[in-house]
Write a protein that binds this ligand. Sequence first.
Ligand code: HAM
Length: 418
Amino acid sequence: MSDVSPAQAPYWQMFEAVSRSVLAAYGYSEIRPPIVERTELFRRSVGEGTDIVEKEMYTFVDRGGESLSLRPECTASCVRAAVEHGWLRSGGVRIWHIGPMFRYERPQKGRYRQFHQLDVEALGFPEPEVDAELILLSARLWKRLGLADIRLEINSLGSRAAQAAYRDRLVAYFEGHRNALDEDSSRRLATNPLRILDSKNPGMQALIEDAPATVDHLDDASAAHFESLKNALKDSGIAFNVNRRLVRGLDYYTGTVFEWVTDELGAQNAVCGGGRYDGLVEEIGGSPAPATGFALGIERLIELLVIQGIEPPATAPHAYLVAVGDRAARAAVRLAENIRDVDSNIRLLVDAGEGSFKSKLKRADRSDARFALIVGDREVDSMTVGVKDLRGDAPQTALPVSELPGYLDARLGDRAAG
Ligand code: HAM
């Protein structure tokens, strides 16, 4: 679990601002579910036999004797909220949430125990066009952030009925190779054989590679749905690769699944993943309703922004106010308020601390501010400031406070956007 430092926060802010704008452009609304849910919710949705539920949840019993868990993901909460509040009674809903998720995984690069997701869900829509919409939305996010080289992989897992038939084939296949199964996989053969396919054990990979694939055993409706999605992506100019081995690590998926992957992040190469989960609303207690969605790992995405040299807008102060003399020091806070009154875009730091004029200017320099605003008794009386350029070659000048916004605009470009 890590802290986001002042130096890193602008990346998060940039990601969030771009996400909000893109999500609004597709008509998605924000929701803010709680971080803790009943453990039962995740058992029923993510699935008993998954790594997440078996090994990774932060689960505790509260003072009322109820088993609760820090959410390991957010889809279950979105569906729980939609069912609880009846959001699906008048048709579909398009919702999103940004926040922390918790998984007790082995920490390594790109894999953390507290991490953050942007989660986007479209509940109540059966059409493949809505799966395409989610993929296009994520593609637009990459474009708006300036990210390159993220590839789309898609697959289909088929309906629940097709998955049951496929499960029998898979069990027969793995039973034929019982001796090659590791301990986890032997156990899952009885409980949840599909999860053997996302084993991370390198020794299991050859066996998994040769196992029957879900796309070869689809029901007609899922096959047609998958075809329509592929056509919709082609029509929109979105390149994709059908990855027959893509099964995702959660049990609720039916039909389409997808991941956006990159070669630049090492082993944890998935930036974003999702798919259709047409049975979950009913499993959680709602009237049957189709659903589809995805979640994006924000830490991984920010790592990619850094690797690709994409920088957030500047956050350094525009100005650093230095008071000289006792009266000016007492007036500085009020003067700074006056400046912020006339210039609502300004990022203004007020000097604090002891020291000579020289040491105050040193602090101004270290703040990364472009200008020092120097205030003595004379300036306080006349509501003016001395302006010293700390980075460029603008000559030192004195200005009435009211003229400061125009002066800064002329020298600092579009400050409102920064
Ligand atoms: P997921 O594939 O488990 O799917 O997680 C989505 C993304 O979250 C991953 O692609 C990855 O970028 C990030 N992520 C997952 N675990 C970690 C971790 N330990 N550290 C850092 N990043 C991580 C879901 O969570 C589904 N709820 C997605 C979904 C939404 N499907 C339908 N709707």
